[in-house]
Design a binder for this molecule. Structure first.
Ligand code: PEP
Ligand code: MN
Length: 263
């Protein structure tokens, strides 16, 4: 695999980094629009929301599916933001493509399933859509690389990786521990691939978002994907780790201050 893996042309125009924010789950058109408008004002250009939610156990909120894709399109029309959502199987990929979603991502649990990734890759064959691939929950870099290779082999070139931390048995204060040094090996194995950090799923709580984002900046990450909700306490999923758009604004300004300082 070579570095023509790049480029991914998702960067915010005003700076070098990629910033994506939005709710864990798409819950209603109102929640999406309220959150999106505030995020846009905070400087975010790409809006994320989960239409299908991979729940560890059955019985929880599993997302509104295709209805949520329509809400993403409303956000795009009303705010001009690009839209991003998670796909977990070929059927999701097909629906998201049909709906005109701008950017797709493969969630951690799906990255761990070569059959699912292959089916998605086959479905996306020949499409020029950007795809971001999260690391699998288990500490297995090869599974992560393999998922990216499967997409690459189907002609997907606008790829990025997301470090969202790993499940470990240690009590370390993280929901999913960032393994910075381990992931730097992955970065060396696919030179040039944009690497984003997901501090929300790493930290699992609001207070960890800023320090983890700072660490990612210092380690040369290309951007952030952060969960944000206009009223995090009311969120149907991942309520503890979602932050308000105004807190997103301060994470962003801290990152951009550092970026300016070195340019
Ligand atoms: C998400 O981004 O909402 C999500 C489900 O993340 P992960 O796949 O990292 O658990
Ligand atoms: Mn989430």
């Amino acid at each position: 695999m070579t570095t023509d893996f790049l480029p991914i042309t998702l960067k915010n125009t005003a700076n070098r980094s990629i910033f994506i924010a939005g709710p864990c789950s798409a819950e209603s058109p109102e929640q999406m629009l309220l959150t999106a408008r505030q995020l846009k004002a905070a400087g975010i250009g790409i809006f994320r929301a989960g239409a299908w939610k991979p729940r560890t156990r059955p019985g929880g909120f599993e997302g509104y599916g295709t209805r949520a894709l329509e809400w993403l399109n409303t956000v795009k029309q009303e705010t001009g933001m690009l839209t991003a959502t998670e796909i977990g199987c070929a059927a999701h990929a097909e629906l998201a493509l049909k709906a005109g979603i701008d950017i797709l991502w493969i969630g951690a649990r799906t990255t761990a399933s070569p059959f699912a990734v292959q089916e998605i890759a086959d479905c996306l064959r020949g499409c020029d859509i950007p795809v971001m691939v999260k690391n699998p929950p288990c500490v297995d870099i090869e599974l992560w690389e393999g998922a990216i290779e499967r997409l690459y082999n189907c002609g997907i070139r606008r790829l990025a990786a997301i470090h969202r931390g790993f499940k470990t048995t240690e009590k370390n204060g993280y929901r999913n521990a960032p393994l910075w040094d381990y992931v730097s090996r992955f970065r060396e194995s696919i030179p040039g691939i944009p690497m984003l950090c997901d501090p929300s799923h790493m930290g699992g709580c609001r207070d960890k978002i800023l320090p983890i984002s700072t660490e990612a900046y210092l380690r040369g990450y290309d951007g952030l994907i952060i969960e944000s909700h206009y009223n995090p306490d009311s969120a149907l999923t991942d309520s503890f780790q979602q932050i308000t758009p105004s807190r997103i604004a301060s994470v962003l300004s801290s990152w951009l201050c550092k970026e300016e300082a070195v340019s």
